[in-house]
Design a binder for this molecule. Structure first.
Ligand code: VG1
Ligand code: CO
Length: 544
């Protein structure tokens, strides 16, 4: 086996976004495209030689080929050992768990998360560091800088290896360990949650659940955890077979894309509890019978009930949410007397706070919740957390949420996405809103008065690093907000996200439909941003 040095030329578009480098499969299939990016990771990471890396993906199209390429490149670049998930599968949270457990240098996760897969879908590469979390901006910038000047990459000339059987072997001088993707993760979950109590609930005969894995990576995890370990009925996990094209679906756990689950949960005779996760297993959606839990509320409710869960019963250090996430959790933090941090969108911003032990739980409005058990958001963890709470409180999802609103008030919340917008027009919209920053404060729109209009800028309280331009926010005097942001994960044109939040203390109004409750704010967003004019669209493409 010899090491081949391949001459190459830089691609100019290998800048990682909110969560890794995400592009259409066809872009990744260009000669040298994947290789350049992987070599840029190796070149920009000092001291990676001889170290351990974790490698796996969400099973989407091109996962298996990419794993073979990366293994051979790792061997040629002097990596000591690679732990790879059997079948090339590892969920994002499991990768984080395995990096931490093995004190690995880092990991490479092959996923475009909730973006569709298949030859015409998307592919992605994420690099995680030794704390198990997404590489922070200074690391992704170094990778990007390297990708702009790369001239060669190294790869071992060797036959493909068998990644479908658990075991160890050598590839050149590098050790490869093909491992069970589920075992370590399951052990970690057992250490945090009251599995006996959840098992009692699931086998009691008067509680039923449905878990939709959306033909993505959590299928094997969910079957092992819910059906084999916790005794849920066989068939509890639906769409549990990971498929390269996710069965043609959009593995995004929301009311629009998790169709099979939503149909079940909103039918008569619906199960008591429903949940779904995304392509790489880091997102979650929680449903009760004919009832949807907004992710921002979910974070607040987990925070308020954490004392009921063994892994968190000693209290929380603090909580964090991304800026566009509703401030429901802020109210809980205030009551608990703990700190609440507001970070830019993307899990990489939670890493420092978790490492410094400033926060225990964190979450995003985009169906992501997690804690200090790993350094990624974690779909199945959130689902187990909910089950643990239900097992203790013995109330329905709806009862738990409504009691929460009763106590804290309700933060009506919604996100409107405008997808595949012409990038120039999207940039113009942003500029247009920004140009009003000086005139907006004090301006009145019906019952709302603008208190603040700015471009969110974050200074990391741990290392002092500054991240600018993280979203335009318009905050009103009653705490209601409109936020405009451009997506950093889309691959077709630009996606404009409009986040809307309005606080309602009056319990008599908590039953209102969300879109109705937000209708004035929606109209104000249109007035301020002229969305119809800039996008040419009459309505959002996705509402969550
Ligand atoms: C989106 C979400 C963000 C999330 C990111 C990655 O980013 O808004 O909250 O962290 O996806 O999640 P953006 O830049 O498109 O708004 V995942 O499950 O795709 O790794
Ligand atoms: Co994801």
């Amino acid at each position: 086996m010899s090491i081949q040095v391949v001459l190459t030329q830089p691609f100019t578009d290998q800048k990682p976004g909110t969560s890794g480098l995400r592009k259409p499969v066809r872009v990744f299939q260009q000669p040298n495209y994947l290789e350049n990016f992987i070599q840029s990771i190796f070149d920009s990471q000092e001291g990676i030689g001889g170290k351990t890396l974790v490698l796996g993906g969400d099973g989407r199209y091109y996962n298996r080929q990419a794993i073979q390429t990366i293994l051979k490149m790792a061997a040629a670049n002097g990596i000591g050992r690679v732990l790879v998930g059997c079948g090339g599968l590892l969920s994002t949270p499991a990768t984080s768990c395995i990096i931490r457990e093995n004190k690995a240098y880092g990991g490479i996760i092959l996923s475009a998360s909730h973006n569709p897969g298949g030859p015409d879908g998307d592919f992605g590469v994420k690099f995680n560091i030794s704390n198990g979390g997404p590489a922070p901006e200074k690391v992704t910038e170094a990778i990007y800088a390297r990708s702009r000047e790369i001239q060669r990459y190294q790869i071992l000339q060797a036959a493909d290896v068998n990644i479908d059987r658990i075991g160890s072997f050598k590839l050149g001088t590098m050790d490869v360990e093909v491992m069970d993707p589920v075992a370590s993760y399951l052990k970690l979950m057992e250490s945090l949650f009251d599995f006996d109590r959840i098992k009692d609930l699931l086998t009691s005969g008067n509680f039923s659940m449905c878990m939709d894995s959306m033909h993505a990576v959590t299928g094997p995890y969910a079957k092992r955890i819910f059906e084999e370990t916790l005794g849920a009925q066989p068939g509890t996990v639906i769409n549990g077979e990971p498929l390269e094209d996710f069965g043609g679906g959009h593995p995004d756990p929301n009311l629009v894309y998790a169709k099979a689950l939503v149909e079940k949960m909103f039918a008569d005779e619906a199960p008591d509890f429903g949940a779904a996760s995304d392509g790489d297993g880091d997102r979650n959606m929680i449903l009760g019978r004919k009832f949807f839990v907004t992710p921002s509320d979910s974070l607040a409710i987990l925070t308020a009930n954490a004392h009921l869960v063994p892994g968190y019963k000693d209290g929380l250090k603090g909580v964090a949410r991304s800026m566009p996430t509703s401030s429901a959790v802020d109210r809980v933090a205030q009551k608990l007397g703990i700190d609440c941090y507001e970070t830019p969108t993307g899990w990489k911003f939670f890493g420092n706070l978790l490492d410094a032990d400033k926060v225990t739980l964190c979450g995003e409005e985009s169906f992501g919740t997690g804690s200090n058990h790993i350094r990624e958001k974690d779909g199945l963890w959130a689902i187990l957390f909910w089950l643990n709470i239900i097992a203790v409180r013995r109330q329905s999802v709806e009862e738990i949420v409504k009691a929460h609103w009763q106590e804290y008030g309700r933060n009506f919340y919604s996100r409107h996405d405008y997808e595949e917008v012409d990038p120039t027009r999207a940039a113009e919209l942003v500029e247009y809103v920004r140009s009003q920053f000086s005139s907006l404060p004090g301006r009145q729109f019906g019952k709302y008065t603008v208190a603040l209009a700015d471009d969110f800028c974050y200074t990391d309280p741990v290392d002092g690093s500054v991240s600018k331009n993280q979203g335009l926010r318009i905050v009103f005097t009653d705490g209601s907000r409109i936020v405009f942001r451009l997506s950093g994960t889309g691959t077709k044109g630009a996606t404009i996200r409009v986040y809307l939040e309005s606080y309602e203390p009056d319990a008599n109004k908590h039953h209102l439909d969300t879109q109705l409750a937000l209708k004035h704010l929606i109209a104000i967003a249109e007035e301020i941003a002229q969305i119809k004019k800039f996008t040419g669209m009459d309505a959002p493409t996705v509402i969550t």
